[in-house]
Ligand binder design. Structure first.
Ligand code: FES
Ligand SMILES: [Fe+2]
Length: 418
């Protein structure tokens, strides 16, 4: 599966993590590889091996100088391409420096995100996936990242598990939702009206469309989620442009979750951004800190405040009187269960039902793609970047057939969907 991920451009950083030219490097791990990211004097972001090829000292402690990162131990210096620019502790006539390169991966920046490609050069996609949020003008998108302490797949699977919304994210016990809808007819409360949605899934070359149909008065409340290879979601319920998340594997037991959303009418204002960071939705409440991974390597990231060590700040009174979980934010609710499933779920012990078709489909599609890659067949979606330019869909409509809903609304998503 790691090889498959290496065929895609992946979000690696939020651009402001490496805001300054010649600013401090930051430590990350992606696909199990320890890396250091820095913005050089020209503004290009380098993502290179975390440990110096001389004696494996951490380059994090190095100096980000004119044109490259210089190791603090003996002064070897590397640029964003991994070229060794200087080796001051060796005589120049040995030409040792020409024989040394550091691991380095190509990066691009778009939509407030630094993207990285960690696969073979000869099959590198020319362009980034053309997500609407990533192409939006500066300020029209909001992106945040945080650490989830599970395998990437658990986070991704939670996203396409639409039936949990009526329970986990419900504002009160799900069996008496009418009163709540009357108070505040929000998306989640609409969903609570019918806890057993009828689910339909239509596969596409980029992944699948996943429709849930709930009875709503004398019509249907349709939610259409997009799932795109290898782990992106586009989720309805956010005004004007949609929102979604993706799960970038740090290693088998940790994940960087990226949240993205955009609006096409105007930039987000400061109040809206401040509201996002309060943690009611995405991102969760979080702090910028260091996090030590199991093998002692440290990464620099945002770590959620509500976490397994403090029971996600569960409030049992709130659980009795206010919401279903007693846990405050939407992502905090998700993570309490996903992380509590333990870092890697033993899927042989699951009992999946009809509500789990999207989870089953995503697993099957990904495993098929990975198996084909093992036989030498390259995946197509990374080379079809336009197919990522989609919106999720949320409508109330009398039509009961999913295909008809897609036909009716997909062509006019901008106006009709929200
Ligand atoms: S370990 Fe980096 S220069 Fe020696
Ligand atoms: Fe959720």
């Amino acid at each position: 599966m790691g090889e498959l991920f290496r065929r895609f451009w992946l979000p690696a950083l939020v651009s402001h993590e490496v805001a300054d030219r010649n600013g401090p490097p930051i430590r990350i791990r992606l696909l199990g590889e320890d890396l250091v990211a820095f913005r050089d004097s020209t503004g290009t972001v380098g993502i290179i091996g975390a440990h110096c090829p001389h004696r494996l000292a951490p380059l994090f402690f190095g100096r980000n100088e004119e044109g490259g990162l210089r190791c603090a131990y003996h002064g070897w210096k590397f640029d964003v391409n991994g070229t060794c620019l200087d080796m001051p502790n060796e005589p120049p006539e040995r030409q040792f420096k020409q024989r040394i390169t550091q691991t380095a991966y190509p990066t691009r920046e778009q939509g407030g995100v630094v993207w990285v490609y960690m696969g073979p050069k000869e099959v590198m996609p020319d362009r980034l996936p053309q997500f609407e949020w990533a192409q939006a003008p500066e300020g029209h998108q909001f992106v945040a990242k945080w650490l989830q302490r599970t395998n990437w797949c658990q986070g991704m699977e939670g996203e396409i598990d639409t039936s949990h919304i009526s329970f986990l994210h419900s504002m009160k016990e799900v069996y008496n939702p009418e009163a709540l809808v009357a108070q505040s007819p929000s998306v989640l409360e609409n969903a609570a009206l019918d806890g057993a949605p009828r689910l339909t899934l239509l596969e596409t070359p980029y992944g699948f469309n996943y429709g849930s149909r709930r009875t709503y008065k004398d019509q249907y409340y349709w939610r259409v989620t997009r799932w795109l290879f290898p782990m992106y979601s586009l989720i309805p319920g956010t005004a004007n442009g949609g929102a979604g998340r993706c799960w970038v594997p740090v290693d088998d037991e940790h994940t960087f979750t990226f949240h993205y959303q955009s609006r096409d009418d105007r930039p987000f204002d400061d109040d809206e951004i401040a509201q996002f960071y309060k943690g009611g939705g995405f991102p969760p409440r979080m702090e910028r800190t260091k996090y030590m991974l199991r093998d002692g390597n440290v990464i620099d990231t945002w770590v959620p405040t509500a976490r397994i060590e403090n029971d996600y700040l569960i409030d049992r009174e709130m659980q009795r009187d206010v919401n279903f979980t007693g846990i405050w934010g939407v992502n905090e609710q998700d993570r309490s269960l996903q992380e509590g499933m333990r870092p890697i779920v033993d899927r042989s012990k699951e009992h999946l039902g009809t509500a789990d078709i999207a989870v089953l489909s995503a697993r099957r599609l990904l495993l098929n793609m990975a198996k084909k890659l093992m036989k030498g067949e390259e995946p197509r979606p990374p080379h079809d970047p336009e197919s990522y330019n989609l919106r999720p869909l949320e409508v109330i409509d009398p039509q009961d057939d999913f295909r008809s809903i897609l036909e009716k609304y997909d062509a006019t998503l901008g106006a009709a969907a929200f």
